[in-house]
Design a protein around this ligand. Structure first.
Ligand code: TYD
Length: 215
């Protein structure tokens, strides 16, 4: 099973991801917790270029996020799914579609196609979207990196696009108000994941590893 956490900066994704990972481990599952950008060694270098380097042109930015994702999926995510682990990632394709597509105003469909190419079509079984008001998110952050410094209108477009992605595929999303109490968010995530795991074992057979959406 492949689960992604998405949302604006300061939504509390990392906290919720850790809570889910700990719970899954208490259930005896092998869990791989990871993130984008920077889930691999190459990804760490790309992350530095993207967040703490100098000026990056919009299309170069889109390609670098996609390159990080390609490496991440090929060397870490798919192998883990293939051995039956649950993979939980802090950000995935929707971040590119929302930040580079809607935020930087590149064509969202082209950004999506680029990531589908990069990942050979690997789509999460569940995406948890922590919906955060950009002002609240800003207040929660410790310091601004290059993306976070992009300004209020940028972050408002990002937020609206995340929500529209979730609305387009409600069966693959869980949308939660990031302003709610952390424990109630964690509980809602656990319930949805438990339901999914139940369906999987009820079906008797695992889906082919890393299979969803693979061409
Ligand atoms: P990070 O510190 O991981 O942010 P957060 O803790 O909020 O997840 O920095 C990642 C930044 O990169 C964040 O501002 C979102 C942005 N980003 C994109 O613009 N496109 C992408 O495809 C991804 C994965 C992240």
């Amino acid at each position: 099973m492949f689960i992604a956490f998405e949302g604006g900066d300061g939504a509390g994704k990392s906290t919720q991801l850790q809570a889910l990972v700990s719970w899954l481990r208490t259930q005896g599952r092998e869990v791989v917790a990871t993130r984008e950008p920077g889930g691999t060694e190459l990804g760490c270098t790309i992350r530095d270029l993207l967040l703490h380097g100098g000026e990056v042109a919009a299309r170069a930015e889109a390609l670098l996020f996609a390159a990080d994702r390609a490496q991440h999926v090929a060397t870490l995510v798919r192998p883990a799914l293939q051995r039956g682990a649950v993979v939980v990632t802090d950000r995935y394709i929707d971040s590119s579609v929302a930040y580079q597509g809607a935020g930087r105003a590149l064509a969202p469909q082209e950004i999506l196609d680029l990531s589908h190419w990069a990942t050979r079509g690997l789509v999460p079984d569940l995406t948890v979207l922590l919906d955060v008001d950009p002002d609240t998110g800003r207040a929660r952050r410790s310091g601004d990196d290059r993306m976070e410094a992009a300004g209020g209108e940028f972050h408002a477009r990002v937020r609206a696009h995340f929500v529209s992605l979730a609305q387009a595929h409600p069966q693959r999303y869980l949308v939660l108000d990031a302003g709610a109490a952390p424990e109630s968010i964690a509980q809602a995530v656990r319930e949805r994941v438990q339901e999914l795991l139940g369906k999987r074992s009820g079906a008797g057979a695992e889906q082919s590893p890393g299979g969803p959406g693979m061409p």
